[in-house]
Design a protein around this ligand. Structure first.
Ligand code: MN
Length: 256
């Protein structure tokens, strides 16, 4: 049992400790605020334009949730981190940054290439798919595909082949190169809008010299895009992707 005297002493000690704390608070800098829920910065994660389960059964809801809320969010956060303190870069669009990697300070070029590319590619990727998508393009894009590939089926075979052959992580694309449609692939988060070759870590990577292309359609073949449902069978994911393509998006980017 605590005696009355001990209790009073304990109270005095506690009061003294509180006072000391108050004095410390006045003389020392305030602690850093808790990190905000959304990291600060000019680049924002766009909302997924449909429900997580909208692309079921072809692309499962959990994959979409993790892919958008975690992977894409991480690219945005890391892009913001890369440009922090560079006022001239914070005001640029992600397209401007990724198109002009060679103009970036060398110490952040790789971070912008990877995370700016990731943000740009995924922002388009969500729009390239829709519920009840698939089928074939119509109008001018259909005519362009027939002109440059011979037929839709030949395009589909070329796109499937490019997506299958990406070694490791990357993307396959239907892109517009001047007035010509082409199928190509990029490693990691590289974007087809980046002309090549450029100075720095990416120099000489692309066949030289290439102007940037316009991405009409792209498939993310990083394992995070399909592993939960399709495991190691990338071919089944690529086949399923054709059931969710939004050809109206691709047609809207096809300007010749
Ligand atoms: Mn991805």
């Amino acid at each position: 049992m605590m005696t009355r005297r001990e209790a009073i002493q304990k109270t005095i000690f506690a009061t003294a400790a509180l006072s000391a704390g108050a004095m410390t608070a006045q003389t020392q800098p305030a602690p850093a605020p808790a990190p905000a829920a959304a990291p600060a910065g000019p680049f924002k994660l766009p909302p997924l334009p449909y429900a997580y389960d909208a692309l079921e059964p072809h692309i499962d809801a959990l994959t979409m949730q993790i892919h958008h809320d975690k992977h894409h969010a991480a690219y945005v956060a890391n892009l913001n981190k890369a440009v922090a303190g560079h006022a001239d870069l914070e005001s640029k669009s992600v397209e401007e940054l990724v198109r002009n990697l060679d103009q970036l300070p060398p110490d952040i070029r790789t971070a912008v290439r990877n995370n700016g590319g990731g943000h740009l590619n995924h922002s388009a990727f969500w729009l390239m798919m829709k519920k009840n998508g698939g089928g074939q393009p119509k109008g001018e894009l259909a005519a362009g595909i027939d002109r440059d590939f011979g037929s839709f089926d030949k395009f589909k075979a070329a796109f499937t082949d490019a997506a299958t052959k990406v070694f490791g992580s990357g993307w396959a694309w239907l892109s517009l190169d001047g007035k010509t449609l082409k199928v190509e692939s990029t490693p990691n988060q590289d974007s087809v809008i980046t002309p090549g070759p450029q100075v720095g870590p990416g120099a000489g990577f692309f066949p030289a010299p290439t102007p940037g292309r316009i991405p009409l359609l792209g498939i993310d073949v990083w394992e995070h895009a399909y592993y939960l449902k399709y495991h190691n069978v990338r071919a089944d994911y690529i086949a399923a992707f054709f059931n969710v393509i939004d050809w109206d998006y691709a047609a809207g980017k096809y300007k010749v």
